[in-house]
Design a binder for this molecule. Structure first.
Ligand code: KIV
Ligand code: ZN
Length: 513
């Protein structure tokens, strides 16, 4: 059996299904490039048939990514599969991932199809996909809650029709590690042609066991592919976390005996990029990528680590990409130095206009903040106001007044397309007043679901504040992120960024549909 564990990243597909985590094409491409630097084996770039926007994202990623296999999800029908193949056409290595639900509950209540109909549709879908692409993955959705006899029948047929990977989703996060591992082992033992495909695990985290279940699927079940997302991003409680699986397998190689191709030094940059892009911040005590993951506060621990690091550390912070906050650029740095630092950080942009806009913002920031760290630069590039394509609203200026015992007031000027708008409002606090002022002119009617502020670089009040605003309107949920040393300004930028996203089109078909 192969000693290589395939890492299949689905941040851009299953991760993006978290309400509010939807990303633009530029954002997805930037993350895909980071995933390639991370050396994941497979990047699930999206669900091409779900919308024209998703099709374009898959196509753009397929055109740019050369090292990792690029995959598109497709329901088990000819239209979806043909659309996936078309979007993947420029890819150096392509995979079509087709799926259909196989649990009684999903077949009866959701699909309203009989077992025989589902069996036939799965079989024909894999056959059709295999005619278009040599690399085909098949997933029985809600596989873990499916009848094993029926599942064996479907999976055997899928292999027979040419599926090269069989993925067993625990779609609702119901599994228990030992049982999930045994479930996969039983399937592999009972299906006569099971050795003709790679077996894969896909676990959701509803009971907090996605990583444990995935690893049990590998060790007990013999799976050799793990599907996961950066920071465990995903619907509800999220998906299996890539960084935790990879570091478990690397750190405990004595137990797992498996190799992964991943360049672990790219884990923290990937984590930051995904958090900043989606606005889904990482909890401080999150394994591997949380701000406290390598912090030792207690005196006994600090003393131990200073004497011998491995007294309290099982991994080295630098091996997963943590670096001490470094002052990298300053006020006098030129455009070339800025561009070179972007390249070193792996942030590439095809557009000189985007770099120029980011450089102008860098200069503006350097005037107000003496030390510029890598995190500040990443935030500058992630700032939607530098990507012109979807920038309709743009902050021009903001002033606010707050004083103990008085109701705060804010005055905001912002561009709305070619127009310059001025608005004024009071509010419970200066942030509230600023957002109310903007809303009084825009009149979006959007509901504010989330407002959060984080320091971009820890340990100093000189840090930029990074604000995430999540808005809901007509069933759509979007995140806007804004960064600035002044958190009121960051808040206004984040609100305008969210409004820009609400303006962009692109309704999608739900992947679980
Ligand atoms: O969780 C799930 O079942 C999925 C499938 C579409 C693979 O994401
Ligand atoms: Zn899933």
């Amino acid at each position: 059996m192969s000693q290589q564990l395939i890492i299949f990243d689905t941040t851009l597909r299953d991760g993006e299904q978290s309400p509010g985590a939807s990303m633009t094409k530029d954002e997805k491409l930037r993350i895909a490039r980071q995933l390639e630097r991370l050396r994941v084996d497979v990047i699930e770039a999206g669900f091409a048939a779900s919308s024209n926007g998703d099709f374009e994202c898959v196509r753009a990623i397929a055109s740019h990514i050369k090292e990792s296999t690029v995959c598109s999800l497709a329901r088990a029908n000819d239209r979806d599969i043909a659309r996936a193949a078309e979007a993947l056409q420029p890819a150096a290595r392509a995979r079509i991932h087709t799926f259909i639900a196989t649990s009684e509950l999903h077949m009866q209540k959701k699909l309203r199809m009989s077992r025989d109909e589902v069996f036939e549709q799965a079989r024909l879908a894999v056959r059709f996909a295999r005619n278009l692409c040599p690399d085909v993955e098949f997933s029985p959705e809600d596989g873990y809650r499916s009848d094993p006899d029926f599942l064996c029948r479907v999976l055997e047929a899928a292999i027979h029709e040419g599926a090269t990977t069989l993925n067993i989703p625990d779609t609702v996060g119901y599994a228990i590690p030992e049982l999930y591992g045994q479930f996969i082992r039983t399937l592999r033992e009972r299906i006569p042609n099971s050795d003709k495909a790679v077996w894969s695990v896909h676990c959701h985290n509803d009971l907090g066991m996605a990583v444990a279940n995935s690893l049990a699927g590998v060790m007990i079940g013999g799976a050799r592919q793990v599907e996961c997302t950066i920071n465990g991003l995903g619907e509800r409680a999220g998906n299996c976390s890539l960084e935790e699986v990879v570091m478990a397998v690397k750190t405990r190689r004595d137990y797992f005996g498996l190799d992964v191709r991943v360049d672990t030094s790219q884990i923290v940059p990937a984590s930051r990029m995904v958090a900043q892009t989606t606005g889904f911040v990482v909890q401080p005590n999150k394994a591997v990528v949380g701000a406290n993951a390598f912090a030792h506060a207690s005196g006994i621990h600090q003393d131990g680590v200073l004497k011998a690091r491995d007294t309290y550390e099982i991994m080295r912070a630098e091996d997963v990409g943590w670096s001490a906050n470094k002052i990298v650029l300053g006020k006098l740095s030129g455009r070339n130095a800025f561009k070179q630092r972007l390249q070193e950080l792996g942030i590439e942009s095809d557009s000189e206009a985007d770099i120029n806009a980011a450089f102008a913002r860098f200069k503006d920031l350097a005037d107000r903040k003496s030390d510029i760290f890598d995190e500040d630069i990443i935030a500058l590039m992630g700032d939607e106001s530098v990507t012109h394509e979807q920038e309709h609203f743009r902050l021009l200026s903001l002033s606010q007044h707050s004083e103990t015992g008085e109701r705060p007031r804010a005055r905001v000027a912002f561009a709305s397309g070619e127009q310059e708008l001025h608005a004024e409002s009071d509010g419970n606090g200066p942030v509230d007043a600023s957002l109310k002022a903007i809303e009084s002119m825009v009149g979006s009617g959007a509901e504010l679901l989330l407002y959060s502020v984080n320091a971009i670089t820890s340990g100093s009040t000189e840090s930029q504040g990074e604000v995430t605003v999540r808005l809901q309107l007509g069933g759509r949920v979007v995140n806007g992120v804004g960064a600035d040393p002044d958190i009121i300004v960051a808040s206004a930028k984040a609100y305008l960024a969210a409004l820009n996203k609400l303006r962009s089109k692109g309704e999608k078909v739900a992947a679980q549909g």
